[in-house]
Design a protein around this ligand. Structure first.
Ligand code: NDP
Length: 481
């Protein structure tokens, strides 16, 4: 009986694996003219290994390919470091004991850079895998030519959808990032929606600020690991309500005031100040639609034993192609495999040290701007009055917290644009935890949040992540020549 079960298990495993392999590879369309080295030589902005995305998968891949002396550029995307940047405590990254997510990312970034990987604060906004070298367009409108590509764009948090009030109050009490926004909920009552590890994680991040935290779990049990559930039990102001879902988010358009609930007994109402969503993640695949094969669940399909996608020379690693494990350490392992696959691919098609030397001067290696002016940190109301309210030119205030990874990623853009537009515009930064008075005065409800002041009055606002180009366009709107 046992032997039959093992046989059946193996057969099923092979069928699923073979199916995915087949699925991933039937769509393969080798680029026209295959590997046209003359075309590469005639190009500029060449990248032997272009990595899109900078979480554990992308960075681990970069560490391996740069160590193999392949010029590697990592396009870090809108959230450099990925989901680990908003994870506080990680205790299952092998060999590191207990670490903060950003500490792990910083260590891998430094290790990759040590071997020569170039990490750029840019996103890729368009890809074309129908010609080789593969064409990528960056958020700064540079066109680059990649000999191989590793996709590690990760996943982004799901939204509730179809719940009235969610869209109107997004960033005004409804959020998916506790580590960024917890400080706005000091002594307030909040709910966290979801029953997975992310929900437990967000609830724990809120414990330093919120008065009461209620986890709303739609089923009759949590999906989070036992270790995470045990950590929740240590806080008597964290409550868990099972069989409970949100049906409406109420508020006055500028802040959340309550929620309507569907419960096992019928319906209920809770007055509440904040709603934190932790209801799973969706793979970041939009950019690759029509270019490579996806799995039926919408992840990037790759072969069972390697990270090869349906397009030769394009590899996928981490949460964007992992519908099962979604763990940082697994993503890192995928990244290593993708790097080795990319290295073998380049060798197989004839990329060697002689050719690498030939194109040395044509590599894409964006120069980091020098002589940037410092962005003034506002730390007192007197300083605010003189630098902002009495300024002769418009002032952009960047509200941030030190744990908000997207805020920190935007800083270099602000510095670059503040330098480029100096004399016409001033950029300052305000840490909302240090200057709560300014946060309240300008009704800042989330970070990053930009307020533009001209002649002492508010003339503009924006509350989301921006690319460098978008920030430039936003800032330019307030300049009068
Ligand atoms: P999960 O998919 O694990 O959990 C999602 C949760 O949201 C489930 O409880 C699900 O309910 C619930 N949910 C989904 N849709 C809705 C909805 N519309 N309304 C209400 N509830 C909903 O996602 P996570 O983001 O939590 O975790 C992703 C991966 O990352 C996991 O592998 C996890 O282990 C890992 N992770 C690990 C961490 C750590 O180790 N420190 C921290 C964070 C994440 P249901 O169960 O009923 O489907």
């Amino acid at each position: 009986m046992k032997i039959y079960s093992v046989f059946l298990g193996l057969t099923l495993g092979l069928l699923v694996c073979g199916g995915l392999y087949w699925y991933g590879f039937t769509g393969k369309t080798p680029p026209a003219g295959t590997y046209d080295w003359k075309r590469v030589e005639g190009s500029k902005n060449i990248i032997p290994v272009a990595i899109i995305g900078s979480g554990p998968a992308g960075l681990s891949a970069a560490l391996y390919t740069s160590r193999a002396h392949l010029h590697t550029v990592v396009f870090q995307g809108p959230q450099a470091g990925g989901q680990l940047m908003s994870t506080s405590e990680v205790e299952n990254w092998p060999g590191m004991g207990k670490k903060q997510g950003p500490e792990i990312i910083k260590a891998v970034q430094e290790q990759a850079q040590h071997f020569g990987a170039v990490l750029v604060n840019e996103s890729i906004k368009k890809v074309d895998f129908s010609v080789w070298p593969y064409q990528l367009v960056t958020s700064e409108d540079s066109q680059v030519h990649a000999l191989s590509v590793i996709i590690s764009t990760g996943a982004f948090p799901e939204r509730l959808k179809d719940v009235p009030g969610e869209v109107e109050h997004w960033g005004k009490g409804v959020t998916a990032c506790a580590i960024c926004d917890a400080a706005f909920f000091k002594d307030k009552d909040v709910v966290v929606v979801g029953g997975g590890d992310s929900a437990a994680e967000q609830a724990l991040q809120l414990t330093a600020y919120a008065r009461h935290i209620t986890l709303l779990v739609r089923g009759d049990k949590m999906r989070a690991s036992v270790a995470m559930q045990d950590r929740l039990k240590k806080f008597d102001y964290i409550k868990i309500r099972y069989n409970t879902s949100i049906t409406e988010i109420e508020g006055d358009g500028s802040r959340v005031t309550g929620i309507k609930l569907k419960t096992a007994q019928g319906s209920d109402h809770m007055p509440i100040d904040g709603v934190f969503l932790a209801i799973g993640h969706k793979p970041n695949t939009e950019l690759f639609k029509g270019q490579i094969a996806f799995t039926p669940l919408g992840y990037i399909a790759h072969s069972c034993r390697t990270q090869e996608t349906s397009q030769e020379g394009v590899f996928a690693a981490g949460d964007v192609s992992d519908e099962r494990y979604r763990q940082a350490a697994v993503a890192s392992g995928d990244g290593v495999k993708a790097a080795l696959d990319a290295e073998r691919f380049l060798q197989r098609i004839g990329f060697d040290e002689i050719f690498a030397k030939k194109i040395e001067r044509k590599l894409y290696d964006p120069v980091v701007a020098t002589n940037l002016i410092e962005i003034t940190a506002i730390e007192s109301m007197d300083q605010f009055k003189s630098v902002v309210l009495e300024s002769k030119v418009p002032v952009i205030i960047d509200f941030y917290t030190k744990f908000c990874s997207s805020c920190l990623q935007i800083m270099p853009y602000i510095q670059a644009i503040g330098t480029q537009l100096k004399d016409k515009l001033v950029c300052v930064k305000v840490d909302i935890e240090k200057m709560a008075e300014l946060k309240d005065r300008y009704r800042v409800t989330t970070v990053p949040y930009f307020v533009v002041i001209k002649d002492g009055l508010v003339v503009g606002r924006y509350n989301d992540v921006m690319t460098k180009r978008e920030f430039f366009d936003f800032a330019s709107r307030f300049i009068t020549e």
